[in-house]
Design a protein around this ligand. Sequence first.
Ligand code: 5AD
Ligand code: SF4
Length: 348
Amino acid sequence: MSLTRNEIIEILKSPVAYDGKSFSDTDNSLFTAATATARALFNNTVYQRGVIEFSSHCRKNCHYCGLRSSNTDLLRYRLTHVEIMDAVETAAAMGMGTIVLQAGEDEDVNPHFIYTIVRAIKEKFNLAVTLSLGDHPDDVYRLWRDSGADRYLLKIETTDTDLHSLYRPGQHLYDRLNRIESLQRLGYETGSGIIIGLPGMTEETLTDDLLLLSTMGLDMIACGPFIPHPQTPLRHAAPGKLLESLRVTALLRLLNPATNIPATSALDSLRTVRNNDGRILALNAGANVIMPSITPDEVRSSYSIYPGKNDPALSQNSTVKLLQSRVQQAGFTLSSQAGSSMQRTFRA
Ligand code: 5AD
Ligand code: SF4
């Protein structure tokens, strides 16, 4: 479906009528159109990606993120090869069809360490592997692709060049976009996305984000709401809005029928969401993927990108089981398949 810039802005600016229980007629029709589009291709199937957050060290200092290098009030951990492989086994047993290896930009992780892990996963399990490891030189991306990694997730965060450089000190949108092109050239199924509701974003900049993301030929688009973290410069900023995040999910689905769109975990951390069912609302607005954390209990709450990410009160096992039963109760079918990009089939 094609939507003009003005039509998108109008949808994003339409009055917020959500009272925590029901949506306006306009929003309901938007979500219905988006789920119908998703259903036509994915048939109510929800793909499961198990995320293993294997290092909380990061050399970067993004203003929004709890892992930023200036945050001294955080336990920094790094999992060993054996610990990661144990988590992969757990993820496979829990029905995940994809493993996402995610970490901060940890300078003490040798690229060959990742190479060996991916090779080991590919030898032992029939699972797709996504890497979400930030900015690296092309030869490192090539090495990891040669190891058998299928996908790479690198979010642009915002297409507003000034905001991008403000919140990611020393970084430029232009470089991020170039990296995404390199990943696509190397044959990765490539994902990107933004944070919704960073201070300074407007409906207009958000619309430009959505339009750009929709022209990049992406295999996956992940957009989650901003959640302020107490140990960051944005600690006093307002969080992203639930309704805006759901509208973004629906608009992305309408603009990108075949792309994998996750119901992002950050949705469940918004205080406005009842019963932690933000991700279910996103599945009912056109998303088709969930990405639960499979990081071991001993360290998972230290992967504190934003508060509420990995609740220390709940074990990894019970969090995933709870999410899976909610998804099924909402009428979706959980799949243990890799859920590779349909976008590619479409493009071919
Ligand atoms: N709120 C929401 N998302 C965040 N991210 C980082 N910090 C926050 C936050 N405070 C997202 C970014 C990054 C990914 C690892 O987590 O999009 O790419
Ligand atoms: Fe590091 Fe990523 Fe957090 Fe930025 S968003 S500080 S690169 S983990």
